[in-house]
Ligand binder design. Structure first.
Ligand SMILES: [Zn+2]
Ligand SMILES: [Zn+2]
Length: 345
C-alpha cells in the first residue's frame, strides 16, 4: 500500500509498504480521510519525541472496512467507520471504569515513542481493534467523521463541569479545540460564552461557532473584562485550550470564587500557578485529556448539525501533497485550521 512515512525528522516520503496484518479482533480499513493533528506537526520536528521515525502518523481518521479479522462479529466489509485515536486495552482498572483515556496500556495510533510504535492512518489502509470502532451516521461525510476526535476532546472538556442557562463560560484559545469547546458549550445551552484569542480571524470564527463575546488580550485585560460581563463575579467556568503561563494565569484570574478551570492545552510542560487564588477562592482545577466514551454522542451531534466542522476544515489533499501541508502547518500559516489528507485522491 501507499503510505506517507516520516522517514526522518522533518522529512516525509511516499513509500510502498506492506498493508498491516489483520490479527484476530481487528478490522482492516481503507482510509478515506485522515486529519493532520497539531500533535503530528509538533511530532514531525522531533520536539515531542512521540513520532520517532520511521512512522506513519495519523490518528484522526475515517474509512470503509475492507476485511474483518477472526472473531469479529459486529462489523462487516463495507461498513463506514471512524475510530478512537487511542487503542485502549479494555481490561485494565481504568478501562473497566469507562475511563479509557487513562488506560494503563494505551497506545495512540500513529505514535512511536520509547515504549511502542503504532502506525497510523496516513496510508491506504490501517488496522484497528473492533472495540475502538464507531459507525458513521448516514449523511456525515468521511472528512467530517475524521474530525470526531477533536470534537470528542471538546465534549470531554465540557463534561467536567455542569452548566446552567445563566452561566458565564470563558474559552481561552480559539484554535481547533477552543472553537469546538465553544460549540460544545452552545450545545449545553451555556448562557454566555466568551472566547479569548490574540488572533482576530480566530475570534471571528469563534463568533461563527457561537461565542457571544470575544476578547483580544493584546488589547484588553481579560480578567477585568470577564468580571465586567459577569456582574463583577468572574466566570463560572474557564476552559484553557493553550497551556502556557500567561493563559493559565488569565484563566484562574478570570474565574469566580468556587468556579472551575478546565485545563486542556498543554504546550508548556510546566506553568506558574496563582496558588493563593486557587486555594482561598476554592477554584476547582480539572485536567482533561482526550475523551472517554464521547464518540457516539459527537457523531450524533454532527449528524444533526448541532456541531459543525465545515468551517474548521481548511483543505483536503492527497497523501502526496501531505509533506507540503505539514510544512505550511509547521510554519503556522495564518488562517490554517484542519487539513485532511485523502489517500484515495
Ligand atoms: Zn489529534
Ligand atoms: Zn486499559
Amino acid at each position: 500500500m501507499r503510505a506517507l512515512v516520516l522517514t526522518e525528522y522533518n522529512n516525509f516520503e511516499i513509500l510502498e509498504v506492506p498493508a498491516p496484518a489483520v490479527v484476530p479482533g481487528d478490522v482492516l480499513i481503507a482510509v478515506q480521510a485522515c486529519g493532520i493533528c497539531g500533535s503530528d506537526v509538533h511530532g514531525m520536528d522531533g520536539s515531542t519525541g512521540r513520532r520517532q521515525p520511521p512512522i506513519i502518523m495519523g490518528h484522526e481518521a475515517a474509512g470503509i472496512i475492507t476485511k474483518v479479522g477472526a472473531g469479529v462479529t459486529d462489523w462487516k466489509t463495507g461498513d463506514r467507520v471512524t475510530f478512537d485515536s487511542t487503542v485502549y486495552c479494555g481490561e485494565c482498572v481504568y478501562c473497566k471504569q469507562g475511563r479509557v483515556n487513562l488506560c494503563e496500556n494505551r497506545r495512540v495510533l500513529g505514535v512511536s515513542c520509547d515504549d511502542y510504535r503504532q502506525h497510523g492512518a496516513f496510508a491506504e489502509f490501517v488496522s484497528v481493534p473492533e472495540r475502538i470502532l464507531y459507525r458513521i451516521p448516514d449523511g456525515v461525510p468521511y472528512e467530517h467523521a475524521a474530525m470526531v476526535e477533536p470534537v470528542s476532546v471538546a465534549l470531554h472538556a465540557v463534561s467536567h463541569v455542569k452548566s446552567a442557562p445563566d452561566d458565564c463560560a470563558v474559552v481561552i484559545g480559539a484554535g481547533m479545540i477552543g472553537l469546538l469547546i465553544v460549540q460544545a458549550l452552545r450545545v449545553k445551552c451555556c448562557g454566555q460564552i466568551i472566547a479569548v484569542d490574540v488572533d482576530e480571524s480566530r475570534l471571528a470564527l469563534a463568533t461563527q461557532c457561537g461565542a457571544h463575546h470575544t476578547l483580544n488580550p493584546a488589547r484588553i485585560d481579560v480578567p477585568t473584562a470577564v468580571r465586567a460581563r459577569s456582574h463583577g463575579f468572574g466566570a463560572d467556568a474557564v476552559f484553557e485550550a493553550v497551556g502556557a503561563n500567561d493563559t493559565v494565569s488569565a484563566a484562574i484570574e478570570s474565574t469566580r470564587k468556587g468556579g472551575a478551570v478546565v485545563l486542556v492545552g498543554n504546550v508548556s510542560p510546566k506553568v506558574d500557578l496563582p496558588l493563593q487564588r486557587v486555594v482561598t477562592q476554592e477554584i476547582r482545577l480539572f485536567g482533561s485529556c482526550a475523551s472517554a466514551g464521547e464518540y457516539p454522542r459527537c457523531l450524533e451531534l454532527m449528524a444533526r448539525g448541532e456541531i459543525k466542522v465545515d468551517s474548521l476544515i481548511s483543505a483536503a489533499a492527497s497523501l502526496e501533497d501531505g509533506a507540503e501541508w505539514f510544512k505550511r502547518l509547521h510554519a503556522r500559516e495564518r488562517g490554517l485550521m484542519k487539513v485532511i489528507l485523502k489517500p484515495t485522491i
